[in-house]
Design a protein around this ligand. Structure first.
Ligand code: VAH
Length: 323
């Protein structure tokens, strides 16, 4: 009999997705039933005051096990990771945190018979040879350490599903854009920073070129896809830890033009850095029929509605001196 989702542990809850996912989960499952954890970055006042928060080290089984026992955890959402940009600067740290951290989570999830585990993946699983619109099934040959850990993470989590009957699920997140928490060291961070700089300075110097086109998703859709997958009936799933999930795809020029519709004086220049090669290795778009057929995925935002919402949120925060 599959256990119910009642007590949720979120790792990486101070990160870009983790911070908003924790608040969304608390609204649905009850604040005291969602245990937020981080490594060392101080959580926001809202996160700290909205429910339990603890500093743990996902590479230390004892610190994770202490949370499982203390709160009788039955579901783990494992958002803690080193992203692509930081991962290329320190590949061994990236491997250690992303792989050994995931192994700790998977082993404890089996030992304590978790109802559900979420192990996030990313468009970083693909490499230069991937078709421009990445199919669900294709060769996975990433050229970043982050991408290597995402491929290994998918395969490992699928092994735990088959070998131990663990109910583990994962999405290949595109670049996630949000106005609440800045992303931490990814390649797609430009698509967030451009909005902040447009509101604060009416100008942005972008670290990839204007032709760079990548799959992107607005945070409300990211949260919806994560919750929808987490709550989908297991028996409907043919895939488990490697779902493509898409919503929009645009190059930087198109993104800048969408901002100019609301801030006509906005200007942009380009100074590509090491992250250009990472972005060039990823596909322009993703094909996500499996997510739509197996658990009813359907995005709500497009570029224009995202830009309108992002600029409204950030203008409000700027007026209050919060950014
Ligand atoms: C990164 N935002 O840039 C992350 C993501 C789509 C890539 O996993 O590394």
């Amino acid at each position: 009999m599959k256990k119910e989702i009642k007590k949720i542990l979120v790792t990486g809850s101070v990160g870009q997705i983790g911070s908003e996912l924790t608040l969304t989960l608390r609204k649905k499952y009850g604040a005291e039933n969602v245990i937020a954890t981080g490594r060392k970055t101080e959580p926001s006042k809202e996160l700290r005051e909205s429910g339990p928060f603890h500093f743990i080290n996902v590479n230390d089984p004892a610190s994770v096990e202490e949370m499982i026992k203390k709160y009788n955890i039955d579901t783990i959402i494992h958002m803690a990771a080193i992203l692509s940009g930081v991962g290329e600067k320190n590949p061994m740290l990236c491997w250690d945190v992303n792989m050994n951290g995931t192994i700790v989570i998977l082993n404890l999830a089996v030992q304590y018979e978790m109802a559900r585990v979420i192990i996030p993946s990313s468009i970083a699983v693909w490499g230069p040879g991937t078709p421009a619109k990445a199919p669900q099934e294709t060769a996975l040959k990433p050229t970043t350490m982050y991408g290597v850990t995402k491929v290994a993470g998918e395969l490992l989590a699928d092994y735990y599903v088959k070998k131990f009957g663990l109910d583990s699920r994962g999405l290949r997140y595109p670049g996630i854009i949000s106005s609440e928490t800045m992303p931490g060291g990814g390649t797609t961070d430009y698509a967030v920073a451009i909005y902040y700089e447009a509101v604060k300075n009416k100008h942005y110097t972008c670290f990839v070129n204007e032709q760079t086109k990548l799959p992107m998703m607005y945070m409300p859709d990211c949260l919806k896809s994560t919750m929808d997958l987490m709550e989908a009936p297991f028996e409907n799933l043919k895939h488990h830890n490697d779902f493509n999930v898409g919503s929009m795809s645009f190059d930087v020029k198109t993104l800048a033009d969408s901002i100019k519709k609301y801030i006509p004086e906005f200007t942009i220049n380009y100074e590509p850095d090491f992250r250009q090669a990472i972005a060039d290795s990823w596909p322009d778009d993703v094909e996500d029929t499996a997510a739509r057929e197996e658990w009813g995925w359907k995005p709500s935002y497009d570029l224009d509605s995202m830009t309108k919402d992002m600029l409204a949120n950030l203008t409000e925060k700027h007026k209050k001196g919060l950014i």
